[in-house]
Design a protein around this ligand. Structure first.
Ligand SMILES: [Zn+2]
Length: 271
């Protein structure tokens, strides 16, 4: 299993592209940290305090021969432009990593006619080639497009997991381990539940985090949700899961405290 090295684009005073009050430099650093959190020791995030384009750091970078290097960016353009793509060096054929990454990023962030673009005039593309480093740059959609921004922010863990999978690295199971893990149930948990509180957050992963909240939606008192049979205990809650009707994505909600049985003050009560 090859190790994945990450460069977060821009930084050191260069915000990169901007849109919706967000900067490319901050967004790709957030993504890099999620890839690291989910990928564990298979992932190495290169110094994010640096601007690797401006300081030409790749000219002095040495990574193991079988490792891969990925540089994270977001595009900026007119507000209507959207979609992600992968950039490799002119004259190179995309390898299996490039192809898998381009397919996956274009599935999550559709909109570009070409999923893989070959460039001869990008400094880091050429620097990496000169050093024989297995390199590509990914544009994770357009920060100037509201829809791409929403996808980037609300589906960051999915993008991170997808990037890991493109490089043959599976998601590390050890993130935020619960002190008293409850085994994953295979049967019996699923069913229709009714919400007992207002504003129950919907998340893209079963953890209390700032970056996994699905924006602008929540469950309120009296709402019903059909959970599947999966559940886990993390961060002081039992988490249930369902698949979003519109998004087709797995969503997670806190059902209640992990007391070992349903309680009257659970957020979701089975009906
Ligand atoms: Zn950029």
């Amino acid at each position: 299993m090859a190790k994945l090295y990450l460069i977060a684009g821009h930084g050191a005073g260069d915000p990169g592209a901007c849109g919706g009050g967000q900067t490319e430099a901050a967004n790709v650093r957030a993504l890099a940290s999620r890839i690291k959190a989910l990928g564990g020791s298979d992932v190495e995030v290169l110094d994010t305090s640096r601007n690797w384009y401006a300081d030409a750091g790749i000219n002095r970078l040495t990574i193991p021969k079988d490792a891969a290097l990925l540089e994270l960016h977001m595009d900026g353009a007119v507000e209507t432009a959207r979609g992600g793509h992968v950039i490799i060096k002119s004259g190179y054929e995309p390898d299996a990593y490039d192809k898998a990454l381009a397919d996956d990023i274009a599935r999550i962030l559709p909109g570009r006619a070409e999923k893989i673009i070959k460039r001869s005039n990008l400094a880091n593309v050429n620097r990496a080639a000169a050093r024989g480093i297995n390199y590509r740059l990914v544009e994770c959609g357009f920060i100037s497009n509201a829809e791409d921004r929403a996808i980037f922010n609300s589906r960051m863990d999915e993008i991170a997991t997808t990037i890991l999978a493109s490089f043959g690295l599976t998601q590390a199971p050890s993130i935020a381990p619960s002190p008293t893990p409850v085994p994953v149930a295979t049967k019996g948990f699923g069913g229709t539940y009714r919400c007992t509180v207002d504003g129950l957050r919907i998340r893209t992963s079963p953890y209390i985090r700032k970056d996994n909240i699905v924006p602008n939606v929540s469950y309120d008192k009296g709402d019903e949700v059909v959970l599947d049979d999966w559940y886990q205990s993390h961060d002081g809650y039992i988490w249930g899961r369902y698949t979003g009707i519109e998004s087709g994505l797995k969503r997670y909600v806190a059902v209640g405290k992990p007391t070992g049985k349903p309680e009257p003050d659970d957020y979701l009560i089975r009906i």
